[in-house]
Design a protein around this ligand. Sequence first.
Ligand SMILES: Nc1ncnc2c1ncn2[C@@H]1O[C@H](COP(=O)(O)OP(=O)(O)OP(=O)(O)O)[C@@H](O)[C@H]1O
Ligand SMILES: [Mg+2]
Length: 406
Amino acid sequence: MARGETIAGLDIGTTKTCAVIAASGVDGLEILGIGEAPSTGMRKGVVTDLEETVRAIEAATERAERMAGVHVSHVYVGVTGEHMQSTNNRGVVAVTGEDREVIAPDVKRVVDASKIINLAADRQIIHALPRHYTIDGQDGVTDPVGMSGGRLEVDTHIVTGGASFIANVLKCVHRAGLETAGIVFEPLASSAATLLPEEKHVGVVLLDVGGGTTDIAVFVGGGVVHSATIPVGGNILTNDIALGLKTTFAEAENVKRIYGSGLLRADEEDQSFAVKTLDGRSTRDVTSSQLRAIVVPRVLEIFRLAKANIVDRIPRDQVLGEVVITGGGAHLRGIETAAADVFGLPVRIGVPSTIAGLTDAVRQPEYATAVGLVLFGPRGEQMPHLNGHGSGSFGKLWTWFTSIWN
Ligand SMILES: Nc1ncnc2c1ncn2[C@@H]1O[C@H](COP(=O)(O)OP(=O)(O)OP(=O)(O)O)[C@@H](O)[C@H]1O
Ligand SMILES: [Mg+2]
C-alpha cells in the first residue's frame, strides 16, 4: 500500500509519555508505530521538571520512530490540566457573495466571529469547534458551503488554556527536537479514538481516567458541548491504598492492578492476600473487602466530581445516552458499575478503535489520547454525517435514555 505523509501525536501524561506515528493509506490513516516512556516531569498536565519531560519525549518518540521505520519532525501535542476551560459561543456574519451562496471563507469568518470572547491576557484559544450552523434562521445545518442565504450563524465550542502552562509543554517538545504541528485538548483526542459518530449524536459522556487527571468531553447532536479536566485520576486510588494498607506506592499500585475493584458489591468470596510492609521486609495479610472499603468510595467520588462538573454546564433538560470510560484507569475491574451507579446510564470501556493498523497492544484505553491525536490533530472536528442512526444494535440505546439530573 502506498503510504502518504506521516502524522505523529504526543501525549505527555502524568504517568507515561506516548508517541504515535500514523500515515495515510488507501483505507485512511494507519498506525505505523507507538512508543512509550515513563513520565517523571509532568503532573496533572503541568510541567514540573523540564529536563525529565524532554527526556521522556525523546525516548517515547525514538521508540515510535524505530517501530514505524520513519523519522518525524512535527507532532500534534495533547494538552490538559486545570488551566483548561471551555465555553459555548455563537458567531454571526453576513454572506457577502453576489449570489448569496455560502463559500468556505464565509465559514471561516463566522467561526472566527464566534471566537470573540472575553479572554484574560494569560489565556489562549485552543479550539473553536463548530457544532452546527444556522442560515437565515434555518438551524441544524452541518455543512453550509453551497447553501444560499444572507445571514450565517454558527454555534461553536471554544476551548481555552493557560498560555504559560501550554508554553512550557511546547518548550519541552521543542527541546526534544520536534516542531509542534498543533495542540489538542486531550479529551477531544481520546473521543476521536474511541467514540462512534452515533454515540456523539445521541449524547455521550467521555471520561478519560488517567493517572493524575480525569478528562471529560460531552457530545450531543454530533458536536462537543462541554469539555473539562478534573484533577483526580487513578493515582489517587493508589495513594489511598498505600496509606490505608501502610505500604509503598509501588506495592499499592500492584495491589490495585491485581486485586482492586470498582464493583459496588463483592462478586466473590472474601480473598486474603499478602501486602509488603513499608520497609519491604515482611508482609501483612489483607482481605479483598478491606481493599474494597478503600477503593470503592474513591472511585465513586471521582465519578461524582465528574458528574458535578458536567451538570453545572449542560442544560438541565439535556438527555444523554451513555458514558464511555477510557484512560489507564479504565482497567480497574468493575469500574463500569461504579460509573453506572453515579450517572444512571449504561457504561462501556472505550479503547482506540477508529483507525487501522491497530494491534491488540495498542487497543488499550491508556492509548486513547495518543491515537486520537493523529486522528483529531489534522482533521479537526468535523460535523458527523450520520449513517443509519437509530437502527440495529444502536437502536437499543434509545430505550436507555435517561436524564443524569434525576
Ligand atoms: N490494571 C489496572 N487497574 C487499575 N488501574 C490501572 C491499571 N492499569 C493502569 N491503571 C491506572 O491508570 C492510570 C494511568 O493511566 P494513563 O496511562 O491513562 O495516565 P496518563 O495519561 O499518564 O495520566 P494523565 O492523563 O492523568 O496525565 C494510573 O493511575 C494506573 O494506576
Ligand atoms: Mg492521559
